[in-house]
Design a protein around this ligand. Sequence first.
Ligand code: MIC
Ligand code: SF4
Length: 662
Amino acid sequence: MSIKKTCAKKKCCCKKSCVKESKMNVVQKILAAHIVEGDPEVDSELGIRIDQTLTQDATGTMAYLQFESMDVPHIRNELAVSYVDHNTVQIGFENADDHDFLASVAKKYGIVYSKAGNGICHQLHLERFGKPGKTLLGSDSHTPTGGGIGMIAIGAGGIDIAVAMAGGAFHIPTPKIVGVKLTGRLSKGCSAKDVILKVLSIYGTKGNVGKIFEYYGPGVATLDVPSRATITNMGAELGVTTSVFPSDKVTRQFLEAQGRGKDWVELVADKNATYDETVTIDLSKIEPLMAAPHSPGNIVTVKSMKGKKVNQIMIGSCTNSSYRDIRTVALYLKGKHVADDVEVGIACGSRQVVNMLVEDGSLAILIKAGCRILENACGFCIGAHMSPRTEAISLRTNNRNFEGRSGTKSAQVYLVSPETAAAAALTGKVEDPRKNAVSSVPAPKKFPIDDAMFLYRNTAGKGVKKTEIVRGPNIAPVPKGVPLAKSIKGVCTIKVGDKITTDHIMPAGARLKFRSNIPQYAKFVFEPCDASFHDKCMANKEKGLANVIIAGESYGQGSSREHAALCPMFLGVKAVVAKSIERIHRANLVNFGIVPFIFDDAKVYDKINAGDEVEFSNILEAVKGDGKVTIKIGKNTFTATATLSDREKHLILCGGLLASLK
Ligand code: MIC
Ligand code: SF4
């Protein structure tokens, strides 16, 4: 990535005025103002300063337990917000214990606390806190939603957020910047979801690690901020580091309507800005699309699925829960009723969205039409509400349709736009939403502001020192990693295939409530693949043997949950050997001292069986050196490589990030 501070002036001062006259794109501009380590011209990694952080409850408890152990009196970044949106079902005491813990931590350390019921972290952050030109790090993979407002917003593991709150840098691979030029205007009945599904149809869900997508071109001005945020949100499914839109007049209008006009800065690519790669998408040619089971990259046209019987329709999630989205659905359903044989659930993104729907009568329309109105939370998206019936066809506006994520293994989940969801709700079949399309919802001139469910805003950044942290029985201490041994003898405890998601490794849904209790949560590692994984690991651990995971392509796709590394670490997993590993999960493995190896020759994978004995005779030397290791598995000997930066080597040698800090 080149960050050239080229200046038209004779004497280059490399200050703001230079940047204005340079040839930089938006990503380069934001990064140039935040790089604290590394050289953008060198293909390695960059350390960037983090202005804002966000956590959600399911990853937040661990992030704050780790922050606590860093002994920092209060947060050192500009703003930290702790949202409660994932575990809000509260069956049993565990979720409520977590909420109280999070609230007390927020009060003590100067973090803004968003109470359960306030809304989904990404929607709320966009509405109330996001600022163009700033960096945001969140312990949730859909943090790039903030890119819709011109931020570099990145998802990461909880411990990375803890470090950023303590003032430390965050490290990203030196990015390749992909320019996505948008031209034309979407036709009626099509929306931002169809755009990102189109991008997914071009780029797929793998092979994009380390890239940042920047949207530019005349089509950008035709998209409002919530639509832009839908597109950057699902950049997570591409596997990219983040996605960014410019901050322009549309952004200014949005911020002014949120009463935050002062937060606006203009941030657009310079006239002659370049990208490492470009692609052009003509919005006027986009047609309604859907992602078929079981991958967000499995794109088909709505036309090709027309008439398919549907059992359930779920509208909401951080991808499509803005006022624009739900109002659009209400316009489709106005004066009508959903088909008898479908159930329709709607979860709004925030209280602000609900208030607006109340005021303009949309909520009444939706209730009258027979929709079930759910809490403003993640709920159904993470399998924590309204799991569909056996073998159901469920149309959903969220971002992931991994097998079983809905809570029903046999369900077939299709990801669609709010328009496609609404059209299907009326007939119980897949319909083309362009037929009977409703008019587009204009960007509101003024959003109703009610920040009453954000607590501790007055002490943000400072905190209340004397606050006692509330620790119910569900809050267990964070396990510590141990330094890397010279050599490792162990067992291939599990062999998994391609595209194993973090939902396979560390299931959410009904298991989500154990997020702050690692020994308990670790019982469910790989539950959907091999429910005996935990017991096998413990048995090996007792014999002094290491556990090793063998995987195919794109291992660790999906969420940012560090538990998919932390719990395996707790079970004595020392290495993963895969054909490829996704960015956030790879970083989490390193953070917890698990070595992420890639096969030098992917064909070796076929020769390995679960249960084979494994030996890494020179692992310590390999990690210290070029990362190349010789592995004996069963009767085969082969090589694999862990390409690690010096920083990452240090973390692994210490036994993980937390151990390294100590
Ligand atoms: C998800 O959508 O998978 C989640 C649940 O929001 C995760 C975070 C988590 O596992 O807590 C994510 O996207 O990072
Ligand atoms: Fe919540 Fe779903 Fe968004 Fe994850 S993807 S943050 S579970 S709404």
